[in-house]
Design a binder for this molecule. Structure first.
Ligand code: FES
Ligand SMILES: [Fe+2]
Length: 454
């Protein structure tokens, strides 16, 4: 039987029947209700997205004063703005007058944020600077007592990655990211002058729960079946057919590599695989310079295939191309995903083109891999409504799991909670344990009325 907990309140009764985590028995199972129960979705909004740090955007999208971008934390709209002193602020994207969203656009630049409904205006620090036609409004004195500034979020950035929290009591961002920062560095330190999100993005919605994307980002087990068509096309290109410019990888070489996974505190996880063809990476021509800057070990790891999940809403994948993915739960069975191509600032045009072709091939909505994943998420969601049972998707690799670090983490000088290593074909699923443990921990704490972080 699953472990019980002492959570109280609406929804509490179901928690012991969501995640069955018994390390001593070699059992880790998730029940299909975690993807389908609307009550759980509401609890996630309050006790997970309402409490943790969530990824909002990258500083390269906010270069000038007044640049803004819209984001979401869970199902709540957020506005991120660079002010005139260069500081990045984040607010709830909702006017204090009658709640209207201040902007519908994804990005823009404005000295002031003027509400489109009745014209109240705010500066880039969220201060209300105008209540339209206030003098003629015959307001009672009590009106002055209400705070009219936008509701601020706590905001911090790590290597240009901006995070926000709806709860000011969240631990410092550095503590929240913890040892996972090494893997963020492996992505964000590739460019000497920093990294940028390239213009544009891929965005789509699927009819499925947000945790399907959370899981897929560190799931190597699906590659040889879900993406078999992609691998076939890559093989044909190597035989001289189709788009040779993409310099795509020979996936069959990857399948014989060594790899592994790391588990981290607060729900984060990483997966890696030795790179069979480092010369096909756009950073390869500059790897010696990178090694001089970040050290041999880190440069070597920048060439490996890597994927990380930053709980609860962001992933960075560096396999087919360096990609940042953010996902936005809209409903229990509706999720929006955005993909961005990340690149070193100042990258040579030829390398940039190489990178873009790799990104498009795999990740575009018109690409050859992302649509396969999205279709499978929808198949899963339909399956969850059919099979209301414990699922068996977190079990691979449990017998190979070891607590703490290994020689690889020692090489990179970080200490994970646990690790697995072995051949590619183990394709272990233990990266799903940290996010579901954190999911259960946060929901339990919330329902018991305890602080999320103590
Ligand atoms: S809702 Fe914004 S000014 Fe009325
Ligand atoms: Fe996939």
């Amino acid at each position: 039987m699953p472990a019980t907990n002492s959570a109280r309140g609406p929804g509490a009764g179901v928690l012991p029947f969501c995640v069955d985590d018994r390390p001593g028995d070699g059992v880790f199972r998730v029940h299909s209700r975690v993807y389908t129960d609307p009550d759980l979705f509401e609890l996630e909004q309050e006790h997970i997205f309402g409490k943790t740090w969530a990824f909002l955007g990258h500083e390269s999208r906010l270069r000038k004063a007044g640049d803004f971008l819209s984001a979401r934390i869970g199902n709540r709209e957020v506005l991120v703005v660079r002010n005139t002193r260069g500081k990045v602020n984040a607010f709830l994207n909702s006017c204090r007058h009658k709640g209207a969203q201040l902007t519908r656009t994804e990005t823009g630049n404005s000295k002031f944020l003027v509400c489109p409904y009745h014209g109240w205006a705010y500066d880039c620090d969220g201060n209300n600077i105008d209540v339209k036609d206030r003098e003629a409004g015959c307001y009672a004195a009590a009106f002055d007592g209400d705070d009219k500034n936008l509701i601020p979020l706590r905001t911090e950035a790590y290597k240009g990655l901006i995070f926000g929290s709806l709860d000011a009591r969240v631990p410092p961002l550095g503590e929240f990211l913890g040892e996972l920062r090494v893997f963020l560095d492996l992505a964000m330190d590739q460019g000497e002058a920093g990294m940028e999100l390239l213009p544009g993005r891929v965005a789509f919605r699927y009819r499925g729960n947000w945790k399907l994307q959370l899981e897929n980002g560190t799931d190597f087990y699906h590659l040889t079946s879900t993406h078999a068509g992609f691998m076939d096309i890559m093989a044909k290109r190597r035989q001289g057919e189709g788009n040779q410019e993409a310099r795509q990888f020979d996936w069959s070489k990857r399948l014989s590599q060594q790899g592994g996974t790391f588990q981290f505190r607060y729900g984060h996880a990483a997966v890696w695989l030795d790179q069979a063809e480092p010369e096909k990476r756009p950073i390869y021509p500059s790897i010696d310079a990178i090694a001089r800057r970040v050290g041999e070990s880190r440069a070597e790891w920048m060439l490996k295939v890597r994927g990380i999940s930053v709980f609860p809403n962001m992933q960075i994948a560096d396999g087919a191309s360096l990609t940042l993915r953010v996902f936005r739960p809209l409903d229990v069975d509706l999720t929006e995903v955005r993909y961005y191509c990340i690149a070193p600032i100042g990258e040579a045009a030829e390398l940039r083109a190489w990178r873009l072709r790799q990104f498009e091939d795999f990740f575009n909505v018109s690409g050859m891999a992302t649509p396969d994943d999205a279709v499978l998420y929808e198949d899963c969601q339909r399956g969850f409504a059919t099979q209301r049972e414990w699922l068996q998707g977190c079990a691979r690799g449990i017998a190979a799991h070891r607590p703490g670090g290994n020689r690889h983490s020692e090489q990179l000088r970080f200490t994970p909670l646990g690790n697995v290593q072995g051949n590619f074909d183990m394709q272990n699923e233990t990266t799903l344990h940290p996010p579901y443990r954190e999911w259960l921990r946060l929901l339990t704490a919330g329902l018991e009325g305890r602080a999320a972080y103590e």
